[in-house]
Write a protein that binds this ligand. Structure first.
Ligand SMILES: Cc1ncc(COP(=O)(O)O)c(C=O)c1O
Length: 455
């Protein structure tokens, strides 16, 4: 029998578990927060301490914790048939039904779905789909993928090569060839030093120049998160995505929307490009499709692209496959999860609570180290700075962001940080009181750290 005392769990964790983004200094001195249960927006650790899960774990527990219905959907499917392949020649009921449902609730130009088990696999699939689409069109040189600095698309080799947060590269280089990066519309820290309304990044001119410089005949696709997530919750200016769409059309470049975070209601729309009435060619999804109750991801594929794949002759199938593509248990859970999102009106609720969250955070602008507040729906961030006027950042050695994170954790709210940017994306079911708590605790935590820094 394994000793499950807390001290032993911490020792076992340190000995045997390599964590994602592993760092021995990543845990507090008394070990990681080991969660054992959750209900709604609240999670509980091994000590019995409760927290508000202000990031829905990893932006993904959209319907909140502890949903018995989802457990029952999984149990029911396991008792029918736990696994049935979707490889050519076979299919299973939940995968067929879910593919149909996703086509119905996503963009009107979508036609088909290929399932994966997570976000990085979805983006890999999207890149390979784009390349194969152009080869089918007799344009075999269209292979490059353009992404944006500060983007996060996952860490498998292709996804890492598209990921624009450069701390993910050095330990694993060389990156895959054929990936090119452009500036993001990160207006608070514009790479060109421009102001909103006067910036070639916001109008996608910068993207167009890159396509022209590389040669449009070499570009397969452009990938973007509608609202950048891990990079610091960066929503675009309103003109950005309509202009991106025009540029992609002009140069016959497929537009892949990475909606791994923004899908399934997170921004107050079922899918986020709907905010700007823009239609992508491919949508990568994962996380919220099952509210993380079980791993699942995939790509939604627009009609012309799907038809190209569907029209391949029988002796030349599309040579892309994962054993767990369309896993029946994951698809059954996804169907029930989407039913809950629709039945409880969670997309509209996320829009309402998101507006309250961002309004609340804006009031923190008066604190001496709050530089920027931004977000869309239930995705929000607060960027802390040493000097508000010049936007000068704190030296990384001061660990301002991690200190605010720890102060929030001590007060019972789990946020996330990217450097000195504090990120939030609570479950879509959150109440007004819980939104206010997230804001108030963040304010107190920032004030505590500002005081230590003698502001
Ligand atoms: C926008 C985006 N794309 C892709 C991924 C990668 O997903 P996964 O970790 O499931 O591979 C993430 C993960 O956070 C993400 O936020």
């Amino acid at each position: 029998m394994i000793d499950v005392s807390v001290e032993n769990l911490v020792a076992l964790d340190q000995a045997h578990l390599i964590h994602p983004l592993h760092s021995t200094s990543g845990h507090a001195a008394n070990g990681p927060v080991i969660l054992v249960s959750g209900q709604g927006v609240i999670v509980r650790d091994v000590h019995g301490k409760e927290y508000i899960d202000a990031l829905s774990q990893l932006w993904n527990v959209n319907v909140g914790h502890g949903r018995r219905e989802l457990a029952e959907a999984a149990a029911e499917q396991i008792s029918q048939i736990a696994f049935a392949s979707n490889y050519s020649g076979q299919a299973n009921l939940p995968a067929i039904r879910l593919a149909r449902k996703l086509v119905e609730i996503s963009y009107p130009n979508m036609q088909a779905v290929f399932f994966t088990s997570g976000g990085a696999e979805s983006n890999e699939s999207a890149f390979k789909l784009a390349r194969s689409y152009w080869k089918i069109q007799n344009r075999p040189d269209k292979v490059k993928i353009i992404s944006r600095r500060w983007a996060y698309h996952g860490v498998t080799t292709g996804a890492m090569s598209a990921t624009g947060m450069n701390t993910y590269w050095p330990q694993f280089e060389p990156r895959a060839p054929g990936f090119v990066q452009v500036a993001p519309p990160y207006c608070y820290r514009c790479e060109l030093g421009k102001t909103p309304g006067h910036c070639p990044i916001d109008t996608a001119e910068d993207l167009e120049q890159t396509i022209l410089r590389e040669g449009p005949e070499t570009i397969a696709a452009f990938i973007a998160e509608p609202v950048m997530g891990a990079g610091g919750v960066i929503p675009p200016p309103p003109e950005y995505f309509p202009r991106v769409r025009e540029v992609c059309d002009r140069h016959q470049v497929l537009f892949i929307a990475d909606e791994v975070i923004t899908g399934f209601g997170r921004t107050g729309k079922m899918f986020a490009l709907d905010h700007w009435k823009v239609l992508p060619d491919v949508v990568s999804f994962a996380k919220g499709v099952t509210s993380a109750y079980i791993p699942l991801g995939g790509i939604l594929i627009s009609k012309p692209v799907a038809e190209a794949i569907q029209s391949l002759p029988p002796d030349q199938p599309w040579m892309h496959a994962y054993t767990y593509s369309g896993h029946p248990v994951a698809c059954a859970v996804a169907l029930k999860n989407i039913e809950i999102i629709e039945r409880e009106g969670l997309v509209a609720h996320a829009a309402e609570m998101g507006a309250r969250l961002i309004k609340g955070l804006e009031a923190l602008q008066s604190l001496p180290i709050v530089g920027d507040v931004r977000g869309l729906g239930l995705m929000a961030a607060v960027e802390l700075v040493k000097d508000k006027a010049s936007r000068e950042a704190f030296p990384a050695s001061l660990k301002v962001g991690p200190r605010v994170l720890a102060a929030g954790r001590a007060r019972g709210v789990l946020y996330r940080n990217r450097g000195d940017v504090l990120e939030m994306a609570p479950p879509l079911i959150i109440s007004e009181n819980q939104v206010d708590l997230i804001v108030n605790v963040l304010g107190e935590s920032i004030q505590e750290v500002a005081k230590q820094l003698e502001y």
